[in-house]
Design a protein around this ligand. Sequence first.
Ligand code: SF4
Length: 359
Amino acid sequence: MLVHICCSVDSHYFLQKLAQEYPDEKLIGFFYDPNIHPLSEYTLRLLDVKRSCEMLGIELIEGAYDTDNWLKSATGLEDEPEKGKRCSVCFDDRFMASAMKAKELGEDNFTSTLLVSPKKSISKLKESGDMLAKQYNLTFITPDYRSNGGTQEQNIVAKKDKLYRQDYCGCIYGLLKQRAYQNRVADELFSPISQQILPDSIEEKIALYEERYALEKSKQNYTIEKERFLNYRLKRAYISQKNEVIPSHFLPYSTLKKEYTRGKVQWRDEQGYLDRDGVVFITLAYYNQITRTNYTDIKALIYNPPNLKDELEIRAKIAKNPYNLSSIIITEKTLNGKIEIYAQSEIYEDIREIIKIVN
Ligand code: SF4
C-alpha cells in the first residue's frame, strides 16, 4: 500500500497503526508535499520523516518539490481559511501525485497520514482520496486512528520518540494568516543573505535535528529541552548622510525607539555616540581588532559575518549591559556630521529547543 506522508508526527503513529491493521501489506511511504514553505521547512520535515521511517523499517520515496504547480493551483484561494477551498485543492494535488505513484508501483491501494491529523476534515480527505482513487482505478483506504483516544496516544508516541513538531500546517498562506492572528512575527520567512543561523530559525532546527540524528547513531543519550528567550529579527536597516547610503553592518539586537532617527556623532575611545537614541558606531578597523578578524570592507562582513554567538559577544564587549538594545553600527570610516538612521526590527518572546547530553 502506498502511504502519502505529510509529517513525522502524523506518519510515525499512523504507519504503526496501519502495520497492525494490515500485517500482510508492504507499506511504502511517499513524501509528496510541495505545499510546504519555505524549502528549509520542507527539508526539516523530510529529515524527521526519514528518521521515523528508518525506525519503523519502512521504505520511503520522496516526491518532487514542485512548488510552482502547487502555487498555480492555489491561485485565487490565497485568502481562504484553513479547512476551506484551498485545502481541498491542496489535498487533490497531493492525492493525485500519490495515486499516480501508487499506479506506477503497481499498488491497488493508497492512503494518507493526513487522516490522523486532528486539524483536517476526514470527510474532505475522503472525498478527495475517493475521487482520485476512482480516476486511477485504486482504493483509497480511510482508517480512523483519531477516535477512542487515538489522538492522545499519537501525542504520547510523538513525545516519546522526540519527533519534530511543526506549528503551522505548511503553506505560506496558512502561515501568514496564523502568525497575523497570533500577532507573532513569521520568522520562518527570514533568511539572511549572510546565511547566519538565527535563533529559533528553521536552519537552527535543522542543525539541532541533524545533531540528534548523529547522537542516536553514536548511541549517546540526550534530551531535547525548551528554553524561553528574547528573540530578534532585523527586517531592514541602513544609514545615510546627505541622501547617500553608507555601507554599514548592524549588530544583532540593534533597535531604535522609532524606525528612524538622525543626529550628530561624537567620538570617544574608538566609539562614536549619536546624540540621541543611544546609537553607537564603531569602525571596521576597531571591529577587526576586538574580534581578531580581518574584514577588508563592510560588504565582506555583511556576506560572511561571524556566527551569532560571536556577534553577541562583540555586542557584550561594547555595551557591557546584557540587556542593551542600542543600535551598534559598524562603518568603514569614522563618520562625522549629521547621520540618518533607519532600522526596522522586532524583539519578541520566543521559545526554542535545545539538546542536552545525558551521561
Ligand atoms: S493550510 Fe495546509 S492543507 Fe490548507 S492549503 Fe495550506 S498547506 Fe494545504
